[in-house]
Design a protein around this ligand. Sequence first.
Ligand code: FAD
Length: 377
Amino acid sequence: MKKEWDVIVVGAGPGGSVTASKLAMAGVRVLLADKEKFPRDKPCSDLYGPAIKDLLTELGAYEKILEAGCLYRDTVLIAPNFSAIRAQNRGGIVCPRRVGDNILKENAAALGAEVWEECWINDLIIEDGQVRGVKAKYQGEFTELRSKIVIGCDGSHSWVAKRIGAFSDNPEMVYLCGRKYMRGADPELLDLEIHYTEEFVPGFICLSPHPGYGNAVNVGMGIQMSRYHDADLDGEAMIRYFIENSPHGKRLAKAEDISRWMGWRVPSAGQLDKIHDAGVMLVGDAGSFVEPFVLEGIAAAARSGVLAAETAVKALQENDFSEASLSRYEDRVTEVLIPYLLKLQGIANLSQDIDKFNALVDQLKDDPTAVVRLMGA
Ligand SMILES: Cc1cc2nc3c(=O)[nH]c(=O)nc-3n(C[C@H](O)[C@H](O)[C@H](O)COP(=O)(O)OP(=O)(O)OC[C@H]3O[C@@H](n4cnc5c(N)ncnc54)[C@H](O)[C@@H]3O)c2cc1C
């Protein structure tokens, strides 16, 4: 069994698959390892947003995900007073994560990444203060896998982040999000709808239509952890509350559940003090890069993956995997990702003042560029 690569990518979600794809395209010997057997599920509202259309196209994955998912019509943000701003969809796809993430992983393999499923990474190999690979359980055996760089793309509960002392759990920047699938909305939903309701701010109910899957709707919710601690309702009950009390929710009054409820921890706003160390970088949810307010994380995972891959390629060219060399990743993230995350954090903070939030949406509701201006990308 081969046991040495240039780079080991831990986790084959969107962050890991994009990172491994970019590395493979640059000719790097890369292992993409995930503890699950694919296709695997991931609780999500299933939006592969318009911001990564070009990147997914460059990787050759966009059309494949589109074929398996659907282009919803508009993005609609609805304020607590029911004022709405609407923007035409510019290429965002709703596709079940079980399907879309498998396409991205297969695509990484087709581009040249070696992919190991059911490979559980349970420790880092650290020698002389430098990460030099991982310890793993694979095919029933505990083994050591060596590399010059490890990229932790192992999601919200990132074990790699914890191991390098980077994990953070600020309840103002971590959200509880969950979703279930329902069928039978009346009338059928065509738009991606984000409902900000007074009871759950900062947070929302999200409705993602899945017309290709028998008129299924992904009904999701998200709420800031600090608010959730004091909330009267649990996540699933918040969805029920929306269906029973919002005029928009009534369209789902007769819909039936076709999946169980799944909740997850969602870390936002780039809250970590560090996202790299000697021989290691953190990407996607492992780096806490989910966008506050809208809670999109796939695009940020993909973009941080591109930046980490670029840093890794440079480090390999220079044969320098030190903390100083990989700090280029931190610099690029600070330049490219963080300003946008902070802007959205500002809007999430503002949304807690219901009157101000309603006024903002009232002011923007006739502006066709408002969603882009509000949500950035
Ligand atoms: C309910 C909900 C709704 C959401 N809706 C959206 C949305 O519509 N659009 C959007 O853009 N974002 C959404 N998000 C956020 C989005 O799901 C995440 O930001 C995104 O999945 C991050 O991608 P990732 O690759 O960093 O991590 P993940 O997708 O979580 O992938 C991590 C991978 O690492 C693997 N792994 C973990 N530990 C190990 C280990 N020790 N060894 C090996 N493998 C390991 C896991 O099996 C997993 O496959 C939502 C989140 C939730 C909870």
